[in-house]
Design a protein around this ligand. Sequence first.
Ligand code: 5GP
Ligand code: MG
Length: 175
Amino acid sequence: MQVHDKVFRPFIDAKTIQARVAELGKQIDKDYEGKRPLFIAILNGSFVFASDLFRHITIDAEISFIKLASYKGTSSTGNVITSIGMEEAVTGRHVVLLEDIIDTGKTLHAFLPEIVHRQPASLKIATFLSKPDALQYEVKADYVGFEVPNKFVLGYGLDYDGLGRNIPELYELAE
Ligand code: 5GP
Ligand code: MG
């Protein structure tokens, strides 16, 4: 399959993805019994994962969506990550962050302090994908859909330059 200038090949089929997301959902459903968790999905990439996962939650639960924006700090600290749309009160809540993929870990590593600062009762991370070989920052996901090799992937919410998010299965870049 061609997207923009690159060729991608099938990697994880839709049925396998759905089965795994159902499994994760049921696990979280069990772990958060009586805790009324607040899911916070990080846009854009996680919207498909969040939507599917959330429908496997049967306990009382809330979901909210944020965007992360990175800008160059004025000092030598480099990029600063700030959230847009985080209006939900996080203090005292059991928060589960939903991510599409943890690659180097840089994004979450930079953003986590902002959430921690608001003193949630607990904080866990659920990510659809993680690339253990690409990890450069100390970020540990509590729920991982699939661990994948260090290759660019596309589909199920993940894009290549804006395209491919609507593909129900996962593709990987063909060499
Ligand atoms: P990190 O900050 O962990 O290096 O990168 C996280 C973000 O980079 C993800 O939320 C995602 O938007 C993007 N990303 C990392 N790897 C991939 C990939 O293989 N495919 C796509 N489509 N996006 C990726
Ligand atoms: Mg993302």
